[in-house]
Write a protein that binds this ligand. Structure first.
Ligand code: ADP
Length: 493
């Protein structure tokens, strides 16, 4: 009986391979970093060939470490950095340009032009997204407009586009699979999330030939065989990283929410079969889909500076030596002594959307010390997350029973408890922190039939329950509101 699932977890800075058994336990894990290329301070690229080789060597290392034979593996799941664009020649298999990474801002002028054409409403209604350089569509257009001969080649049908999942499957299948899943498609700004098809009007506006685009499948479906160490293995699950984490955290019912506490934070709420239109600047996106089940949607919001505020305390302010030390600092004081940090280092995202805001520290008194500042920094991560939860609750009109947490900063118990207190909700941290990879593994395992019931997967978790009086909570929240308001007014003329 083949009970193992190989998962490719292709992130922004590294490619990982993880083998899970069909109870969701990690059997083996390998990881390789790859180069971040910055042609200018706001341009970010990766070398697609380096991604492929980093991923492939992680796979082989992982299999060797596990002591398993490749033949013991039943199926493959893939999860990936979303929105990143690769365009390659389908005859030579050569990329015609580096991968343009989701963080890259080079297409901001194209986005301004789309806004000037009055397309904001159409794009929001069709794709669920805001017009932004973040998404794939304008990055494809940039390559076709700027790489010599690219447009002619594209019009002759010689070029293919893919997000990284598509690129890996195409390469590892020897060019047989040119496909992606609905979660990845929903981040391109080219996909109609209601009718589940590429949107012809947007393709025309951005001048992108449809022949370049991959076939879009359910996240849990059979994509075809890839070659791993000479053995054909079937890819049975694909999902973009955040939707994969939502699935890996079992957020499959309306109102289920997960937050990934990494450098930034990504909060997703399952809204069931309704694609909720946000009144608060959240994105509407497709949640991981499976065969024979109706499409589920999610609201998505992000905090730009999450764990990064702790890196800032460590690297710039030199207040702590390690990120983990922030926990003991925060716990050594009773409260933040009225200090609030609003880490708007890169502007404020949802629900404020002020790109010009810059960070502030408010409420300093003579008695405020290092530990209060560190505590205020951790609290700022929870306050920003809480702002997103509140906005989503209002958008979707649902109550949030609990928040599932993962990512590096979710290891901080002070932060998790403060989140529970301030949001007045249970915060659940699974012991298996690999929620992103687990999501793709579950999708693949269910499709291949080696996982029947996801309820029994990854059952152990630590739950933080709210333990703050309601007047203390509302005082804290009102202090945070005032700190945000003064941050916003500081940058106004
Ligand atoms: P990413 O995937 O975005 O690189 P990770 O999920 O690996 O991020 O999390 C790294 C972030 O978490 C860093 O910004 C770091 O400052 C923060 N972090 C890691 N451990 C802790 C901790 N114990 N307490 C607070 N923040 C932490």
């Amino acid at each position: 009986m083949k009970n193992y699932i190989l998962t490719l977890d292709e992130g922004t800075t590294s490619a990982r391979a993880i083998i899970f058994d069909n109870d969701g336990n990690i059997v083996s894990l390998s990881q390789n970093e790859f180069t971040q290329i910055y042609p200018t301070p706001s341009f970010v690229e990766h070398d697609p060939i380096e991604i492929l080789s980093a991923q492939y060597s992680a796979i082989t290392e992982c299999i060797i470490k596990s002591g398993l034979n490749v033949q013991d593996i039943s199926c493959v799941g893939i999860t990936n950095q979303r929105e990143t664009v690769i365009v390659w020649n389908k005859y030579t298999g050569e990329p015609i340009y580096n991968a343009i990474v989701w963080q890259c801002r080079r297409t901001a002028p194209i986005c301004e032009n789309l806004k000037a054409q009055g397309l904001e409403q159409y794009i929001a209604d069709t794709t669920g997204l805001k017009i932004d350089a973040y998404f794939s569509g304008t990055k494809i257009k940039w390559i076709l407009d700027n790489v010599e001969g690219a447009r002619e080649q594209a019009e002759r049908g010689e070029l293919l586009f893919g997000t990284v999942d598509t690129w890996l499957m195409w390469k590892l299948s020897g060019g047989k699979i040119h496909a992606t899943d609905e979660t990845n498609a929903s981040r391109t700004m080219l996909y109609d999330i209601h009718n589940l098809c590429w949107d012809k009007k947007l393709l025309e506006i951005l001048d992108i030939p449809e022949s370049m685009l991959p076939t879009v499948q359910k996240s849990g479906s059979v994509f075809g065989d890839i070659d791993i160490m000479g053995v054909p293995l079937s890819v049975c699950g694909v999902a973009g990283d955040q939707q994969s984490a939502l699935f890996g955290q079992h957020c499959v019912n309306v109102g289920d929410v997960k937050n990934t506490y990494g450098t930034g934070c990504f909060l997703l709420m399952n809204t069931g079969e309704t694609a909720v239109k946000s009144q608060n600047g959240m994105l509407t996106t497709i949640a991981a889909t499976t065969q024979n089940a109706p499409t589920q949607y999610a609201l998505e919001g992000s905090v730009f500076i999450g764990g990064a505020v702790i890196q800032w305390l460590r690297d710039e302010m030199k207040l702590i030596e390690t990120a983990a030390q922030s926990e003991e600092c925060a716990l050594s004081v009773r409260d933040s002594a009225g200090v609030y940090i609003v880490p708007a280092f890169a502007g404020l995202g949802a629900p404020y959307w002020d790109m010009y805001a810059r960070g502030t520290i408010c409420g300093l008194t003579r008695g405020a010390g290092r530990n209060h500042i560190v505590r205020a920094a951790l609290e700022s991560i929870a306050y920003q997350t809480n702002d997103l939860i509140t906005a989503m609750k209002n958008d979707a009109g649902v109550t949030v029973a609990s928040l599932k947490a993962d990512g590096g900063a979710a290891r901080n118990k002070f932060l998790m408890q403060f989140q529970a207190d301030i949001s007045n909700t249970n915060v659940i941290c699974p012991d298996n922190a690999e929620a992103t990879a687990l999501g793709a593994a579950l999708l693949a395992g269910m499709t291949a039939g080696i996982i029947k019931d996801t309820d029994n997967i990854n059952p152990t978790a630590t739950t933080f329950t709210p333990n703050m009086k309601s007047d203390e909570r509302s005082n804290n929240l009102s202090g945070w509101k005032r700190a945000v308001n003064s941050t916003i007014s500081f940058t106004k003329e």
